[in-house]
Every structure is written in C-alpha cells, then in structure tokens.
Design a protein around this ligand. Structure first.
Ligand code: PAF
Length: 309
C-alpha cells in the first residue's frame, strides 16, 4: 500500500491507481466492512426484567434487524457490602418475556464465561471523571465494573446499536463516552425512563419496597420535576434548589445520597457552556437505593450575555 501526505488527512478517495478500496477513517472502513449485513442491536440487562427493559427491547426491534438481549448479573459492578448475592435472578420468567417480545438471541453467560481470568486478572475500563462523581462517590468501583462488562458485551456481540435506559443517566453518559473514546463501532441509544402512574421509575430494586415505602418513593420524581419547573421558571441558584430538594426527600423518609443539578453530558456543575441540564438524585428508602433524573434545556449563559448586550 502506498502512503502519501493526502492519505493521512482522513479522506476516503478511491485513489486512481489503487486496485483496492481504501478507507482513510474508521467510520468509513467499518461501514464498508458491514455492508450487506443486517443491523444488530444489543440490550444489556441484569435480568429480573420489567416494562423498562421491554421498552429497550421494543426500541431495539424497531430499528435493528436482529435483537440480542444479554442477561448477566455482573459481580464487578457490586461493592463488597452491596446486594450482588441477593439481586433477584429470574431467568425462566425473563426468557418467557423475551420470547413473547420477539427477541432473536439471549446471551446468558456464567461469571466464569465472562471473567475466565478472574476479577483481578481482567482489564478494567475506567473513566475517572465521569465515574467518581454522583453515584460513583458512594459506590467506588461501580462504574469501572459497568464500563468493563459493557465493553466486553459490545466486543462479544459487535452490535450496530446498544440500548440503555435514561434512568441510569450517569451509566448512559459514561458508556457513550467510553464508546466514543475507544472508537467502538456502536451507536449508544438512550431510551426514556418508564414510570409507574405515580411517577416512580421502574427498577428491579423496587421489589425491595413495602407498600408504604412504594407510596413514599414516588416523592423522588416529584422533587426532581419540582426543581425542573423552578429552573424552567428562571431559577439559577442551583445549590439552593438542590438543598431544598434534599430537605423534601428527608421529610418523606429518605436517607439522601445526593440531589444534584449537573451539565447533562459532562456531569460537572453547570457552567457558561451548559445548555442541557440533568437533575439527578439517589436516596435510600427501606432496603432500596433508588435513583432517578429529569432533563431540562437552558440557554447558554454566554449566549444570554451576548443577547443582553
Ligand atoms: O443497567 C444495567 O442493568 C447494568 O448496569 C448493565 C448495563 C446491564 C451492565 O451490567
């Protein structure tokens, strides 16, 4: 193969005297390699499926020719004092639901199949800036485990698209960043959160709630949408809004981990470049640690200054 200065500029020209097809950027090469193959979608799950997972499957089936669902309770994303051992495992019910939903393939590996060299012998994917904030601050190592298992699943299935719920906003953001930074040939698709009529986001961990806790758990979404309304009405004192939200949750019986207003993509405190906010919370009620978030768009501060001038 010849090399020339133009060829390193990321062009995809067919060189006049080349007898082979030359792709000069990653996306072009991959598009060409995939041509003619049906599109494959992956929905990674830890099982114990509910309507939220089925919404991911529906989104996958709408846009991909082949739908693959993985069911794997991933030990590396659970801390030593977390619920790995007791996490609900309901594979028979899951397979029935997935069959009814028209899924083409289920991948349900053992821990040994996923980590044949053991937990400590396995490469770890770490995105510290996105991983150590919010939920990562109180769950050290959690997002390294998520990034690692999702990278492995993406390598195993090689899907064109992978589907994740927006309820786990930090996870979705981190997986998008991982795919982008590692040039993974996959589109990461976020699917809106499915909620009970009370507003409570569906989650396998809702199974831990008593009836009374479930009623009070609906406050989580009410508090977040209350903050969203305040921001839409012009509130820019984010620390006070977070503080008020946190107080409301404590009054409803939650043990609050955080209520935070962040830049939706970078997960940092909003700055002059922020146009998309995410209002996120994590809090415990009874045995369950619940998370939820809502989005709100704002004008960039630098734009507002420009308009005012
Ligand atoms: O969101 C989940 O269920 C898990 O974190 C995931 C993405 C399947 C990785 O284990």
């Amino acid at each position: 193969m010849r090399s020339s200065p133009e060829r390193s500029q990321g062009r995809n020209t067919r060189l006049p005297d080349a007898r082979v097809d030359v792709a000069e950027d990653i996306a072009t090469l991959r598009d060409r390699l995939r041509a003619g193959r049906g599109s494959v979608g992956l929905v990674p799950t830890m099982g114990n499926l509910h309507e939220g997972h089925l919404a991911l499957v529906a989104a996958c089936r709408q846009t991909c020719d082949v739908c693959v669902v993985s069911v794997f309770v991933n030990p590396t994303q659970f801390g030593p004092n977390e619920d790995f051992a007791s996490y609900p495992r309901t594979l028979d019910d899951d397979l029935r639901l997935l069959g009814d939903a028209g899924v083409d393939h289920v991948f349900a590996p053992s821990v040994d199949a996923m980590y044949p060299e053991g937990r400590d012998g396995t490469v770890t994917i770490s995105l510290p800036v996105l991983a150590n904030t919010l939920c990562g601050a109180s769950r050290p190592g959690h997002f390294d485990g998520v990034g690692t298992v999702v990278a492995k699943l993406l390598n195993i299935v090689a899907p064109d698209k992978a589907f994740f719920g927006e309820k786990d906003w930090q996870q979705l953001t981190l997986i998008r960043a991982m795919a982008r930074q590692l040039d993974m040939p996959v589109e990461v698709v976020g699917v809106p959160t499915v909620r009970e009529p009370s507003g409570l986001a569906l989650s396998s961990r809702n199974n831990y709630l008593t009836d009374d806790e479930r009623r009070r758990a609906a406050t989580l979404n009410r508090v977040l949408t209350g903050i969203k309304t305040a921001v839409e009405d012009g509130c820019r004192d984010y620390p006070s809004a977070e503080e008020r939200g946190s107080r409301n949750l404590v009054e409803a019986g939650f043990d609050v981990d955080y209520v935070a207003i962040r830049d939706a993509e970078r997960l940092c405190a909003p700055d002059t470049e922020t146009t998309s906010l995410r209002i996120l919370a994590a809090a415990r009620i009874g045995r369950a640690r619940l998370i939820d978030n809502v989005g709100v768009e704002i004008a960039r501060t630098s734009d507002r200054v420009r308009y005012a001038g």
